[in-house]
Design a protein around this ligand. Structure first.
Ligand SMILES: *Cc1c(COP(=O)(O)O)cnc(C)c1O
Length: 439
């Protein structure tokens, strides 16, 4: 059985998460419903932090809030002593509204607007991860008009692109993000930043990809970053205070995925940074990482109610649920794979192979192809696992489906943390057509 965190099967044969019966949750809050196992999120956050603590190095573990941003989630990250990545004014606004300490917020993005940067500066956030020359100009102008010095990291593209089970080495990375390490852009950005009183250059940042199962890509990225830092140190005496190696640590969506424990990534990153810093004659910088998916991904489960069934003889059987690409676009967008169970019949024998369809008007709106389940009837509850990252945060109102509610469960208690949208919510920004003036 494919269960994560505190998930288990109770005496009634129902899925239980955080000590709460999922069937009861579905009845109370309706479906589709996102359920988060708070204890699992806490355990992951602590595992990352503890791994750095064991090495005795200064570090920040920043939750990449794009994976799932809400007031309660940001507050949970604060409670666990995480830092926070935001990539837009909206995510920043959410963080500030949640009372997240501004000095632990890092602002990412390849096209931050003047307004977004002004907002970040006004609230004194911890650092801006500067991505391009246009942004440097905006920050400089803002800093000058406000008389502030802005702490920044330079985002560099190291020419290492990591994917699930392999990584690609490219001399020059074809990416919309960051300053290229190899073609002189990073050097030019460095000179520009050092020549201006507007910036306090903390160090560099790189992020090599997502859903990565190997440590090799991180080692390589650290090597490339330090090669550049060594140059800057020799030529300009620059001593980095921070090296940020990004996120992208992989999780187990299906039996096919075989992630390594979070400690293994941290161990490898710390060892390589220590080695590189020593080799370059640099003091050990603070090490920052930015997990998103690996903090919240497998802590999230989506519950749907099963509705219609369509059998295509000798081809397949479609089982449709009351959500789909509106609450989980990842299968349609990336061909992402998921595991699922019938949450109300966990002891049921898996006697048929079916494909799970969403209810949107789009043939590509499929959640899972060819999964073994007990014979599903209308009204059964389907639980899809590992929907905690890039599920709600990518949810949309296609076909004017209201976005689902989100509940946190922990120690036998459930708490609604995002309300379900209503039909009224869906039309709240619509304005009626102007009536034509009669002649
Ligand atoms: C998306 C992103 C992350 C988090 O990625 P995960 O795969 O969710 O861990 C971290 N840093 C940056 C810069 C990102 O763009």
């Amino acid at each position: 059985m494919f269960l994560h965190g505190t998930s288990r099967v109770n005496e009634q044969g129902h899925l239980e998460i955080g000590g709460v019966d999922v069937v009861e949750l579905a009845k109370t809050y309706g479906t589709p419903l996102y359920i988060y196992d708070v204890a699992l999120i806490r355990a992951r956050a602590r595992a990352f932090k503890e791994a750095f603590r064991r090495h005795g190095v200064r570090a920040q573990v920043a939750y990449a809030s794009k994976a799932f941003s809400s007031i309660a989630m940001v507050q949970l990250a604060a409670e666990e002593g995480l830092s926070l990545d935001v990539v837009s004014g909206g995510e920043l606004y959410t963080a500030l509204a949640a009372g997240f300490p501004p000095e632990r917020i890092h602002f990412h993005g390849n096209n931050k607007s003047w307004g977004e940067l002004a907002m970040a500066l006004e609230h004194g956030i911890g650092c801006i991860v500067a991505d391009n020359f246009y942004e440097l100009e905006l920050i400089e102008n803002l800093a000058e008009s406000s008389g502030r010095t802005v702490p920044i990291l330079l985002r560099v593209t190291p020419g290492v692109e990591a994917h699930t089970h392999d990584y690609i080495l490219t001399g020059q990375e074809d990416s919309k993000f960051g300053f290229d390490l190899h073609n002189g852009q990073a050097d030019e950005a460095f000179r520009r930043v050092r020549a201006s009183a507007a910036f306090q250059l903390l160090g560099v940042h790189c992020h090599i990809g997502s859903q990565i199962f190997e440590t090799a890509g991180f080692v390589l990225a650290a090597q490339k970053v330090f090669a550049k830092l060594a140059e800057w140190n020799k030529a300009h005496g620059f001593v980095p205070a921070v090296v940020n190696l990004g996120g992208g640590f992989g999780i187990r969506y299906t039996e096919e995925d075989d992630p390594i424990p979070v400690e293994a990534y941290v161990d490898c990153i710390v060892e390589e940074v220590k080695k590189q810093a020593a080799a370059c004659g640099l003091p050990l910088p603070e090490i920052w990482i930015e997990p998103g998916r690996s903090l919240v991904g497998d802590a999230g489960t989506t519950i749907y109610t099963i509705g219609s069934r369509k059998e295509v003889p000798n081809v397949r059987t479609y089982i449709a649920v009351d959500g789909g690409m509106s609450d989980n676009i990842r299968p349609a967008l990336y061909g992402a794979k998921y595991e699922a169970v019938l949450a109300n019949r966990m002891f049921g024998e898996r006697t048929e192979i079916v494909s799970i369809a969403g209810k949107c008007c789009e043939s590509g709106d499929m959640l899972i192809w060819d999964i073994a389940l007990p014979e599903a009837k209308p009204g059964d509850y389907l639980a899809v696992f590992c929907t905690g990252a890039y599920g709600y945060s990518m949810a949309n109102n296609y076909n004017r489906l209201p976005r689902p509610a989100v509940v946190f469960v922990e120690n036998g208690e459930a708490q609604l943390v995002v309300k379900r949208e209503t039909y009224e919510d869906l039309i709240q920004y619509d304005l009626p057509l102007k009536t034509k003036v009669k002649k």
